[in-house]
Design a protein around this ligand. Structure first.
Ligand code: FE
Length: 236
């Protein structure tokens, strides 16, 4: 395990991403990276189809962590910019079909700082999309994917107002990749879009060629033990 907290403190953050992040959250983001594995997704920034390249570093995991205790308020008053449609990215090699339907992705003792992301899914006309499917998969806080089970994998469905609330942990970084959540999203009967969500202020963002500021979550609160954030999807 290679910790690079000192490096985090020395490197400047991207100016456009200087959203409020406490020292605790900044410590977590770009905190420690597993020294196992090599970069893989990093070479296919815009392809929607998965590559065979190895986002290696990973299977298994587990060590204790706490659960979020403060639910994020529903995304009331959310705004939609019809020009801000989501950016598709590579799927990467770690997608597993058949993830369970659930809003909480963590199973048992999952490594990572608790994270809640809430928001609304809109169509291209900025109308909320009830029943939209959001299939999420990610690494744990140590940058490890569960490739044998479904920890940190799950499929959410938006409510009658197009809203979703995802409870998980802040993913760790691994070689070539900044913190990110993988997403497959579609409205009922519509095409599936593959994308990723990123985190503001991470010093690892600038070294990740898949990173796109259009897909950065908005941090609403980042207490010492959890992060609450929002992201509204606008489907093409
Ligand atoms: Fe990944």
């Amino acid at each position: 395990m290679i910790c690079r907290h000192n490096e985090t403190m020395k490197r400047p953050s991207l100016p456009v991403l200087l959203l409020p992040i406490t020292a605790a959250a900044a410590w977590t983001l770009a905190g420690c990276v597993s020294d196992a594995g090599t970069a893989g997704e990093a070479s296919n920034a815009t392809a929607v189809v998965a590559t065979a390249a190895g986002e290696e570093g990973a299977a298994g995991s587990s060590a204790p962590s706490s659960s979020p205790t403060t639910p994020l308020a529903p995304a009331t008053g959310a705004t939609c910019d019809p020009g801000a449609t989501l950016v598709t990215t590579t799927e990467g090699p770690y997608y597993t079909e058949g993830a369970p339907s659930r809003d909480t992705l963590s199973e048992g003792n999952t490594v990572g700082t608790p994270l809640i992301v809430a928001g609304t899914v809109y169509d291209a006309d900025c109308q909320p999309v009830p029943g939209a499917t959001i299939d999420v998969w990610q690494a744990d806080g140590a940058g490890q994917y569960d490739n044998s089970g479904y920890n940190l994998r799950g499929v959410l469905t938006t409510d009658a107002q197009g809203r979703y609330t995802l409870t998980t942990v802040i993913p760790g970084i691994y070689p070539g990749r900044t913190e990110h959540l993988h997403i497959k999203i579609n409205e009922p009967g519509g095409p599936v879009y593959t994308t990723q969500l990123f985190f503001p202020g991470s010093t690892a963002n600038e070294g990740d060629n898949i990173y796109d500021e259009a897909m950065v979550i908005t941090v609403e609160d980042d207490g010492p033990d959890q992060m609450l954030a929002t992201y509204d999807f606008v489907l093409p």
